[in-house]
Design a protein around this ligand. Structure first.
Ligand SMILES: Nc1ncnc2c1ncn2[C@@H]1O[C@H](COP(=O)(O)OP(=O)(O)OP(=O)(O)O)[C@@H](O)[C@H]1O
Ligand SMILES: [Mg+2]
Length: 255
């Protein structure tokens, strides 16, 4: 015997409401905790990102001040010094003293340039990310005598300031780590863009990072690198073996 149609519709409606209630049951304690943890993590990342932006702006400001203020002052002093050196001076000792002072002034100007450019990579403003990475690579080779190759296409690396700065800082910290810890002979930095994702890999052929190295409580370089990547919703993996260390990063780019 079949059910009358109005009764059938009512039964179906009641069943649908019960299913709906079951689905919208209050979250269990575990689910609630997980949701809270996710919200806390999202909040922390937003704060990290905001703080990082403030830090970068502050660095850029100090770099400009150093360059425009102290830099100008030192440059003027050096001009004065060269005028003084052209004067007929009385004795050899004075001439030597002046030459020494000029040498120290020149070192001060070079240090100031290096400090200012670490604070805010001038090259990023001058020629964009590709140019800035080339400068970094070149400086690393010159300073440490380790071969460093940069594989990437300039046209794929036209990114906004937030991404360019993050990538520059990540590569900079990786190269500093290689110089300090890896005892490597070769380094390769690869950047490849595939649709809306940027793949960045930094490999060296040194002693290889160990698991325990990544958990050092007093080390902040790798931690900072991870936070930068997460702040722009990317992924990072760091691995080491007897053949060296490899850092792989995927960054989803804004459309
Ligand atoms: N390319 C590498 N090859 C071998 N070991 C590495 C490499 N990079 C990092 N490490 C190891 O990982 C540790 C953690 O690196 P991290 O950059 O976090 O800290 P750090 O360089 O020691 O100090 P800092 O906080 O000044 O960066 C290093 O102390 C080192 O032992
Ligand atoms: Mg470090």
């Amino acid at each position: 015997m079949s059910m009358p149609r109005p009764l059938l519709v009512a039964a179906l409606l009641i069943a649908a409401r019960i299913a709906c209630r079951l689905d919208a049951r209050p979250a269990t304690i575990a689910e609630q905790r997980e949701a809270d943890a996710r919200a806390r993590m999202a909040g922390r990342r937003a704060t990290d990102y905001a703080l990082e932006n403030i830090r970068e702006e502050e660095r850029a400001h100090i770099a400009r001040e150093l360059h425009d203020d102290l830099g100008q002052l030192l440059a003027t002093l050096r001009v004065d010094m060269s005028l003084l050196m052209r004067q007929p001076v009385a004795d050899e000792a004075t001439r030597e003293l002046l030459a020494g002072m000029d040498g120290r002034l020149l070192s001060a100007i070079t240090s100031l340039r290096r400090i200012a450019s670490n604070l805010r990579p001038h090259a990023l403003d001058e020629g964009g990310l590709y140019f800035a990475l080339q400068s970094l690579r070149h400086e690393f080779e010159e300073r440490h005598g380790v071969a460093c190759e940069l594989v990437g296409r300039e046209d794929e690396l036209v990114l906004n300031d937030r991404y360019s700065t993050a990538i520059f800082r990540i590569v900079q910290e990786s190269l500093t780590n290689i110089a300090r810890h890896a005892q490597a002979r070769r380094v390769r930095i690869t950047l490849r863009r595939q649709r809306a994702t940027l793949f960045l890999t930094i490999e060296d052929d040194g002693r290889g990072i160990a698991q325990a190295d990544m958990e050092k409580p007093s080390s902040f370089g790798l931690l900072g690198m991870r936070e930068r990547v997460w702040a722009i919703r990317g992924d990072i993996s760091i691995s080491g073996s007897c053949r060296g260390t490899k850092i792989e990063i995927h960054l989803p780019l804004p459309e």
